[in-house]
Each structure stands twice: as C-alpha cells, then as structure tokens.
Design a protein around this ligand. Structure first.
Ligand SMILES: *[C@@H]1O[C@H](CO)[C@@H](O)[C@H](O)[C@H]1NC(C)=O
Ligand SMILES: *[C@@H]1O[C@H](CO)[C@@H](O)[C@H](O)[C@H]1NC(C)=O
Ligand SMILES: *[C@@H]1O[C@H](CO)[C@@H](O)[C@H](O)[C@H]1NC(C)=O
Length: 470
C-alpha cells in the first residue's frame, strides 16, 4: 500500500489540476480511525512516507461541522472542496488529501481513506504524519473527465460572441483582448483555474440567520478597500501568466491587503507566489489548489516570503527556499461562515468590511474571458472554449448533499479576491468588486464587478479569510 501511495503522490505533479479526488460531504461524514506517527518538533517533517504508527484515535465527523473523539471532546471539521478534509480537535489540526488512483482523465476516488497527511498542535511546534480510514466503507467514486484534448493551438478571440455579448444585454460589455491570443487554449484554461474534476458539488449559499441579516443592515451600501476614506489598502493587480496559480495570487493579495490594513499602510508587502508554487505540498503549484490550504494552512505552518526573495516565474520547479528570507505567518484561517458549505452573501459582506478582503471561488465561463467592464453575469454565450461548460449546471450535475436548497448548483474553478461591494446607482443592480490576476489591462483596470445576491457563477459559495501576523 505504501508503494501505491508514493506512486500516486508522484503523479499529482503531472495531473492537470488540483487532485483528481472527487469526495463529497456524505462520503466523509462518519467515524474515522486516525493513525499517527511519533510526534516531533520538526516542521519540515516529510509525510510522503508514513513512519511507524504510535497512536490511533477515533474521530466522528458529523453535521454540520462537529468532530468528536472517543471521550466526546468536541472540535470542528471541514471539507476542502472535494479534495480532502481538515479536523481540528484537542488543540491539534489534521489535514490530508482524500485517496485516489488514476489521473485527471480517469480516476477512482476512495473517499473512505486518505493519503498520508500532516498533523500538528495549535502552537505549530509539535508535528506528526497520519493517515485516516473510515470505519464504514464508502463506494469508490469513479470520475471521468472529457478533457483529454485540451488544445495546444493558440487561443482566438471570438468576435461574433463579443458582438452577441454587447447586443444581448446592457449590464456589461465585452471586448477582444489581443494579449489572450499569445496563449494556447490550454494555457488560457489554466489561467481560468485549470481543470477540476467535474460532477462534484459546490454548496449553494447557506441561508442567512436573522442575526446575520441584522448586522448586514448596519453596513454601508457601498464599500471598497481601495478607497476607505481616501486610503487604498489593496496591492497592485498582477498577472499569473500561463500558470494555474490564481488561488495563490488571490491568497497573496488577501495577505498583502490585510498587512496593509493592520499596519495602516505602514507595511506594503508584496508576497511571493513562486515560493508557494514550488514549495507547498498542500497544493499542486501551476496545476491548481485552494486558498484555504495556501493562505491558511501553509501560511500558518511554513510562512510566506516576499516577492523579491523568490520572484515570479509562472512555472513549477524545485523548492529553493532562501532561509535568510523573512517569513510572514497567519494566526487563524477559516472558510467564511465557519466551514465549507456555510457561505452566503451576508457573511461575505460582514467578513469583508470587518476584517479585510477575502478570497472567493468563481466559475469562469467563455464569455467572462472577454469582459471589459460593467456588472458581469453569465450570458450563456460560448465560443466552445471551456470543455466543462457542457456539464456545469446542467441537470446531471445539479444535485446536492449538504443543504437541500432548490435551484441549480454551480461549479467553480477560478480563485479571485473580493475587495468591495455596492449598488449601481442607475439600475439598482447589486454587485461585488473583485480583483483578478490577469494583469491591469484586463477588465476594469484588472478588476471586475459581478452580480451580487444570486450566487452568480458560484461567487457566494466559497470564501476564505485569514488573520495575518503583521
Ligand atoms: C456503519 O455500519 C454499521 C453496520 O453496518 C451501521 O450500524 C451504522 O449505522 C453505520 N454507521 C454510519 C455512521 O453510517
Ligand atoms: C509533542 O507532544 C507530545 C504529547 O502530545 C509529547 O509527548 C512530545 O514530547 C511533544 N514533542 C515535542 C517535540 O514537542
Ligand atoms: C462592445 O462594446 C464595447 C463598449 O462599448 C466596445 O468597446 C466594443 O468594441 C464592443 N465590441 C463589439 C465586438 O461590439
């Protein structure tokens, strides 16, 4: 079994995005045995190969986010999208990716077990490796992706689609970006978040509580971290290039803004996405990953370095961490709402205004690539670019597990940074203001606005926040 784990881990690097695991809430909920190796003080602990097991613990994970041990001590847990799960209990935190065999084209997820993962105490001093096995078996989940032929031909603007965008609605406008034609279709796909296993479920926004609604009523109608009483707390827009590192740029953007807010702009750090691309074992570099694991767990466990310490190259490579570089850490991280599946418009507005910019996940449809300004909503127009589009939000995909709300369920692929919200004066249309990582020449000086309050393209389904130690 060990050989298989190591083999499968080696292949994460060549898979085309995230990991192929497709594990759902209902697969993971239940009772698990965690088998842990000896605890050490070494945070560079290598968990690729699991050493001898010295403790086993039984944890029961139940609705909505309650974890309990054998003695009924309570903690919390959360899914990380469909990739794995984190358990926080008895002052320790455990994370491992769910087990799978195969690759992005065809994989079998064994959601009742995990790869070897990382456990450490709350003070980040006491480390071990572990694997988890669910007591009750879940059926292996087979995922086929119809994405084999991602083209290496150059991307072409579809002028007819852009005309149709302009003609079909007046909320936003499209334009042809010449710079997009320097990327291949596959590279453009990567810029938009890359491949993700299809047919998984993105939670619908959770219903807002009366308390959340009351607090939101006291917020301003328009708010933006780029202009709080004339002060800008958001760092400059960057360009991720042909690397699927959107989730790292949104993570670094959140940390940069939060350092600025905490220091009243005394510190204006720019952090290094490249260091995360090459050094984080909690994500897949240019092939994708998740803000919860990067801005959250990785920034807490290993820290983040400055851009000048490891300048951006937009490609995977070996980890060469300069040990003389200063590190910035986070003390807390969370899904907005408390766990994956608890997000909604209200908690996003509260987290944004009270604490600073938050990352969010968003489905990039074909028409979005050509966005030039206004308040975006998906027009349904397509140039056949996104091979996921046939499935996303069609009836086959639209079933759910956690909350049984009616309505369609959107997938998400792109990680971006929420910096503000407002209401359009003329039309009354509510919007979010979002920082993208496609350079300052795209959209509204690198930003876009998107419809708010209707979970447009999954925009209200998944958000993360961290507390930076400035
Ligand atoms: C696990 O399986 C046992 C025996 O089949 C069953 O009684 C129990 O309800 C199951 N537990 C869960 C959490 O599904
Ligand atoms: C880690 O914690 C365990 C108790 O959980 C303790 O026995 C051990 O000495 C600690 N090791 C280090 C290096 O802190
Ligand atoms: C769409 O409208 C925008 C803004 O008015 C304009 O710049 C662009 O050229 C139009 N594109 C097409 C193809 O009509």
């Amino acid at each position: 079994m060990l050989t298989r784990v190591v083999l499968a881990l080696c292949c994460v690097a060549v898979a085309l995005a995230d990991t192929p695991a497709n594990c759902l809430y209902e697969d993971v909920r239940g009772t698990w045995t965690f088998s842990e190796t000896e605890r050490t003080g070494d945070h560079t602990i290598n968990c690729d190969e699991l050493g001898p097991i010295v403790h086993t613990k039984t944890f029961t994970l139940s609705f909505p986010n309650v974890a309990k041990d054998e003695l009924n001590n309570e903690g919390t847990w959360t899914m990380i999208y469909n990739q794995g799960f984190e358990v926080n209990i008895n002052e320790r935190s455990y994370f491992a990716f769910s087990y799978y065999e195969g690759d992005m084209d065809s994989a079998v997820s064994y959601c009742d077990r995990t790869f070897s993962g990382w456990s450490r105490d709350k003070t980040i001093r006491n480390w071990s490796c572990y694997t988890a096995q669910k007591l009750n078996k879940t059926a292996p989940r087979v995922t086929y992706n119809n994405l084999k032929a991602l083209s290496t031909r150059l991307y072409k603007n579809d002028h007819k689609m852009i005309e149709d965008i302009n003609a079909s609605q007046s909320s936003w406008r499209g334009k042809a970006y010449l710079q997009h034609e320097s990327y291949t279709v596959e590279e453009m796909y990567r810029r938009a978040g890359g491949r993700r296993t299809i047919r998984h479920i993105q939670p619908k926004p959770a219903p807002a509580s009366p308390e959340q609604k009351r607090r939101v009523a006291a917020l301003p109608e328009n708010f933006d971290w780029r202009d709080v009483d004339g002060e800008n707390y958001v760092s400059d827009v960057r360009d991720q290039g042909a690397c699927g590192s959107c989730y790292i740029f949104s993570s670094m953007g959140m940390m940069e803004a939060r350092v600025r807010i905490a220091t009243r702009n005394q510190r204006q750090d720019v952090f290094s996405p490249q260091d995360v691309v090459t050094c984080s074992k909690l994500s897949q570099g240019c092939e994708g990953g998740f803000e919860y694991l990067v801005a959250g767990r990785y920034a807490q466990d290993q820290g983040i370095v400055a851009e000048k310490c490891n300048p951006y190259k937009a490609e995977d490579g070996p980890c060469n961490r300069d040990l003389s570089c200063e590190l910035t850490y986070v003390s807390e991280y969370d899904y907005v709402g408390g766990f994956f599946g608890a997000c909604n418009e209200e908690v996003m507005m509260l987290a944004l205004v009270e604490n600073g910019p938050i990352t969010l996940a968003f489905m990039v449809y074909d028409d979005f690539m050509s966005y030039s300004g206004g308040i975006y909503h998906h027009t349904g127009l397509s140039n056949g670019f996104n091979p996921l589009e046939v499935c996303v939000c069609d009836v086959l995909c639209c079933y759910r597990t956690m909350y049984k709300h009616a309505g369609r369920v959107c997938d998400t692929n792109h990680g971006v940074l929420l910096v503000g919200y407002g209401v359009e004066a003329e039309t009354g249309e509510k919007f979010w203001s979002v920082k993208n990582s496609w350079g300052p020449k795209w959209g509204e000086e690198g930003y876009f606005r998107v419809r708010r309050g209707t979970d447009e393209c999954g925009v209200e389904s998944e958000a993360t926040q961290v507390t930076v130690i400035p």
